[in-house]
Design a protein. Sequence first.
Length: 148
Amino acid sequence: MEVGAGQFPVHNAFHTDVTRRFSLDLACDCQHLPFAEKTFDLVYASHVLEHVRQPLLALQEFKRVGKAAYLRVPNGNNMAYKVDHTDGTKHLYSWNTTTFYNLLCTVFEVVDVGESLRLIGFEHWRRKFLVYATVALSSKNELSAFCK
């Protein structure tokens, strides 16, 4: 399942977003997902958590409905992504590698956080979620995590 699919959803996933502005499968709040436990092999959320009022609640929901999660947020060490309500991004939160890792560890048992892990294809991660593996690339603009 992709949370916060927006206008560029990933291929072969169930798409959710908070609004129906985009073509998706379901409009819902990621802090209260209407699915049974472990419905999805993987929950994918890219640049969603920084917009959510209660990111801890959203993470608890991701763990509840998914067997694993792949998460991406802007890197708070990059000045362009600091919490600043004057720039129109509506980022409510900002994390660096340590604070993002600590947040995720409050919910997930196994976490790998990096400054540039990228999704190498949704199907790759969906098939490999039981194999704890990550791929590091060369971007400092975002933090990514693979959790279960």
